[in-house]
Design a binder for this molecule. Structure first.
Ligand code: GDP
Length: 480
């Protein structure tokens, strides 16, 4: 653990120069932005007459998330679905069609609100929750922040257009997250629709639909003609049953921020997906580095509600400031605890920002040490190359390096320059990116820099394989 001199001074309410002077007296030439380790920081603080209480993350956040459920209380919960697919294949149309088909005309509060997610009732009476932001960008951004929200991905492929680059990206992202796909072949109403071709093309990406003998659920739909929307909802319920999704509604709530904004009249408004437990008006919540007492809960129909159970999207009023999409939300007992957690996170955020630029977070060397420490035996990689032949050769060669103890896991291998999507994928899965005879696009480079993702460039396969081999052998436990 490290801290900048500025931050240490702030925390002690001392002047930065005084801390620097102290270090200089010990013969160290430092700047205010330099980073020092925890032990040095403690010595300095004590020297300046402060009592030091070192708090580890595990202490502050202890018991906040993922506390065990009581098995006896687990009941089925609605699946949470994200719609992905290529641009213009009908993701937004499908989301709208499903929502509107479900609004009973004349129903009170039938006007739907955009709160980042909504719930509908499947024909069998079961609820399904849809995340309202289609596409893999939001999905992966959340995952990069440690949030796992989606249970099922509906992959929309337009029957007149077939599998396109973002279709492939969506498959890759869903797979990396371990989330099952349901294929919705859209625009089936079009005279030039070729659903059979879509099924065939998907095979190339190892998505084998049921009608071709595979296990991936599929349905032909038309968002504009509202064809087979019920069938899609049925398939989602079926997939949910296979996944045996359960949650305990009788515990304190946990969830994830889907989106948040500052409303002029109402203050910070956070749309949260409740994932476990039940959230009540009056609960004290923390989300990212913000906290507050729930003043009101508003559902996706705009109705004010008293409580929200598992898989329910709800707007929370009462946060002191806006948390960020992907922040996890939990209920705490006391304001003191809420303050302790959020202040700690605020500090962490500042320190991370300060530490940024001092080096990539996911580098080959880091990965070696981290994976070693975590006793993890997987080596996630994203590989981009100039031609299909070399990409295939690289993947095949890397796979040969796999042993029982350690394996290179190629999340995505493709032809072309390194894109932003490659970087978000790498970030979400803590992978490194390898470019073979290709470069990263400017936006991708910037994003990688921000996110601390290492991009390695090669033009000789041998060198590439050698480096990966070296890194992988570093993971291997010493032979006895
Ligand atoms: P997105 O980019 O994936 O969200 O796609 P949109 O939902 O914006 O749809 C792109 C275009 O395809 C729009 O002009 C839609 O009207 C059209 N579209 C969407 N679904 C269908 C469909 O089922 N049939 C037909 N014929 N057109 C559709």
């Amino acid at each position: 653990e490290t801290i900048t001199i500025q931050e240490l001074a702030n925390r002690m309410a001392e002047r930065g120069v005084d801390v620097i002077k102290l270090l200089m007296r010990q013969g160290q030439m430092v700047k205010i932005t330099d980073v020092i380790d925890a032990d040095t920081a403690q010595l300095l603080a004590e020297e300046l007459g402060h009592t030091v209480k070192r708090i580890a993350e595990s202490d502050v956040e202890e018991g906040l998330f993922d506390t065990p459920d009581t098995d006896a209380n687990l009941v089925p919960r609605p699946p949470v679905v994200t719609i992905m697919g290529h641009v213009d294949h009908g993701k937004t149309s499908l989301l709208d069609a499903i929502r509107h088909a479900n609004v009973v005309s004349g129903e009170a509060g039938g006007i739907t609100q955009h709160i980042g997610a909504y719930q509908v009732t499947a024909p069998n009476g079961e609820l399904v929750t849809f995340i309202d932001t289609p596409g893999h960008a939001a999905f992966t951004a959340m995952r990069a922040r440690g949030a796992k929200v989606t249970d099922i991905v509906v992959l929309v492929v337009a029957a007149d257009d077939g599998v396109m680059p973002q279709t492939i990206e969506a498959i890759t992202h869903a797979r990396a997250a371990g989330v099952p796909l349901i294929v919705a072949i859209n625009k089936i109403d079009r005279p030039d629709a070729k659903p059979e071709r879509v099924r065939q093309e998907l095979l190339q990406y190892e998505v084998q639909v049921e009608s071709l003998g595979g296990e991936t659920l599929e349905v032909e739909v038309s968002a504009t003609k509202k064809t087979n929307l019920d069938k899609l909802l049925e398939l989602i319920s079926l997939q949910a049953e296979l996944l045996n999704l359960r949650a305990d509604p009788d515990r304190t709530a946990e969830g994830t921020v889907i989106e948040a904004r500052l409303d002029r009249g109402r203050g910070p408004v956070a749309s949260v997906l409740v994932q476990r437990g039940t959230l009540h008006v009056g609960d004290l919540v923390v989300g990212g580095s913000q906290w507050g007492r729930v003043r009101a809960l508003i559902d996706d129909k705009g109705a004010t509600i008293e409580s929200a159970g598992p898989s329910t999207p709800v707007e929370i009023l009462g946060f002191s400031g806006s948390p960020e999409a992907g922040d996890r939300v939990a209920v705490v007992e006391t304001e003191a605890r809420a303050r302790e957690i959020t202040e700690y996170r605020e500090r962490q955020k500042r320190e991370k920002a300060a530490a940024r630029g001092t080096g990539a977070r996911t580098s080959l060397v880091d990965m070696m040490t981290q994976l070693k420490a975590a006793a993890r035996k997987e080596f996630p990689l994203v590989i981009k190359g100039d031609v299909q032949g070399s990409v295939e050769a690289i993947v095949a060669t890397l796979e040969k390096l796999n042993t029982e103890e350690v394996a290179a896991r190629v999340l995505h291998a493709g032809v072309g320059g390194i894109t932003e999507s490659d970087v978000t994928l790498a970030e979400a899965s803590h992978a490194i990116i390898i470019g073979f005879n290709v470069r990263a696009h400017k936006e991708a480079r910037n994003l990688a820099e921000q996110a601390g993702i290492e991009i390695r460039y090669y033009n000789i396969i041998y060198n590439l394989v050698d480096d990966v081999k070296a890194a992988m052998s570093g993971l291997l436990p010493p032979t006895l």
